[in-house]
Write a protein that binds this ligand. Structure first.
Ligand SMILES: C[S@@+](CC[C@H](N)C(=O)[O-])C[C@H]1O[C@@H](n2cnc3c(N)ncnc32)[C@H](O)[C@@H]1O
Length: 442
């Protein structure tokens, strides 16, 4: 697909007006400025996208409210605060909610330095930690030395409220340190750093980085960036992060809050297992959200849109002939998957069907939350399921339209170097372009 595409090169700044169906090749220097670089996250989008949407639709305004209903690691939210707006993020994933909170929360500089200095000093005393991951196979994932050091750091971070006071200021700093701690775990582990799934490769043996050295250098970066973020942003702005599903009633959760702009990138069909991706991190901080064991992690997966871990019972009676989505082209494709993939067609067509059902519910919810003329920018890629190409973006346009949205523009950009994006050669499929769908609520 990509070989025949013609790209329009743009450097750093995306033009406000883009011709329909054009495809940009966005040349960027650094996508990890400010607090953006705090934590890896699969399928993160580049800050340039929300920045573009904010400049296009909130130019000249301050103190408006931006919503990202699938906020992931908070790229939209960081850009929103930097541009002088209040932000609301929603995500089903508790770790991403915490990353988003930390990346958009201002911290007290003096307190941050005081607590960090104490933490560094205590780590250097090499006291044995009492924290133990609830995982029988932990020595498969980490060396004994790494387990000992990680346990010391986590134990010390747990002591912060007792030592420095149980208040919001201290809690914000404790959360920042937990995310800093989490951000080094994959590199410390025996698991491959880059792959979307967490696994220990026996062919490509990894030499994990040393825990304390990496933690101290990451802590320096966090302190510098958090202080800078707190200095340049308006203290009156609010960041609200809601850990919940965006296909369930959203209205109540937003509490009638007026939304001025929504920007998001929802999950892709069958593409990413967010929990599997974060497994080693969850061994060390998952207890904060009851996701510390693999069993608990697997239970939680059911709530994620696009999730492919389903029990047979759920789709036993499904056929795309008697249960339809009422979008002819989409229903036909689901029938083709069902009929032609003899091995997995039944399951794959159900997973895809369910994805669109959930997105239908999502648009219905968003329709209740947004007032007329409010723009909703959605970034999504197409997929291939059982070798059949699904024009996800176009099907989402159909679904949004029947839920009270009008598409005002569609353009694309080439996906590059995004951490843990997709395995293009794998079954995840042909996702080289992200489509930017610009909806307006009728
Ligand atoms: C493509 S990622 C968003 C990445 C984000 N734009 C960023 O830059 O970090 C999609 C997100 O949707 C979340 N998600 C999946 N199912 C959800 C649901 N039912 N409700 C809300 N969020 C969900 C996932 O946890 C994931 O964080």
């Amino acid at each position: 697909m990509s070989e025949t595409l013609e790209y329009q090169f743009v450097k750093e700044i995306i033009p406000l007006d883009i011709e329909r169906n054009s495809i940009l090749n966005i040349v960027t220097r650094d996508v990890n400025t400010h607090t953006h670089g705090f934590h890896k996250y699969p399928a993160k989008f580049i800050p340039h996208i929300p920045k573009w949407a904010i400049e296009k639709y909130l130019n000249g305004y301050k103190g408006r409210t931006i919503l990202d209903p699938f906020c992931g690691s908070g790229t939209t939210l960081v850009e929103g605060i930097l541009a002088g707006h209040n932000v609301i993020g929603v995500d089903i994933d508790p770790l991403s909610a915490m990353i988003s909170k930390v990346k958009t929360t201002r911290v007290d500089k003096v307190e941050l330095k005081k607590i960090s200095n104490w933490l560094i000093k205590e780590i250097k005393t090499k006291k044995k930690g009492t924290f133990k991951p609830d995982c029988e196979t932990i020595e498969h994932w980490f060396t004994k030395g790494a387990i000992k050091k990680l346990s010391t750091i986590r134990t010390l971070i747990n002591q912060i409220p007792k030592k420095f006071g149980e208040n919001k200021k201290t809690k914000n700093i404790q959360d920042l340190l937990l995310i800093c701690f989490s951000s080094i775990i994959r590199r410390i582990s025996n698991a491959d750093n880059e792959s979307q799934k967490t696994y220990v490769s026996h062919t490509k043996v990894k030499k994990p980085q040393e825990v304390n050295t990496l933690f101290f250098s990451q802590l320096n970066l966090f302190i510098d960036r958090a202080i800078k973020f707190s200095t340049i942003t308006n203290p009156k702005l609010k960041n609200k992060i809601i850990c919940s599903s965006s296909s369930q009633p959203l209205n109540k959760k937003l509490n009638g809050q007026e939304i001025d702009l929504a920007i998001t990138s929802p999950p892709y069909i069958k593409a990413i297992d967010y929990i599997y991706n974060q497994m080693v991190e969850l061994f060390w901080i998952g207890d904060l959200f009851q996701m510390q064991t693999q069993e608990k992690q697997n239970k939680k997966k059911i709530e994620y849109i696009g999730n492919k871990q389903l029990s047979i019972v759920e789709f036993k009676h499904y056929t795309p002939y008697n249960t339809i989505l009422d979008i002819d082209k989409l229903d036909e494709k689901l029938q083709r998957v069902f009929d032609t993939d003899k091995k997995n067609g039944h399951k794959h067509s159900y997973v895809t069907f369910k994805y669109f059902v959930e997105m239908d519910k999502h648009f219905a919810e968003m329709s209740k939350c947004l007032s007329g003329n409010t723009h909703y920018i959605m970034i999504v890629g197409d997929s291939s399921v059982s070798g059949i190409y699904f024009d996800t973006a176009d099907f989402l346009i159909d679904i949004a339209t029947r839920n009270g949205f009008r598409i005002t523009n569609k353009w694309g950009y080439k996906i590059k170097n995004r951490f843990m994006r997709f395995d293009r050669k794998g079954r995840g499929g042909i996702i080289e372009i992200d489509w930017v769908l610009d909806f307006v609520k009728e």
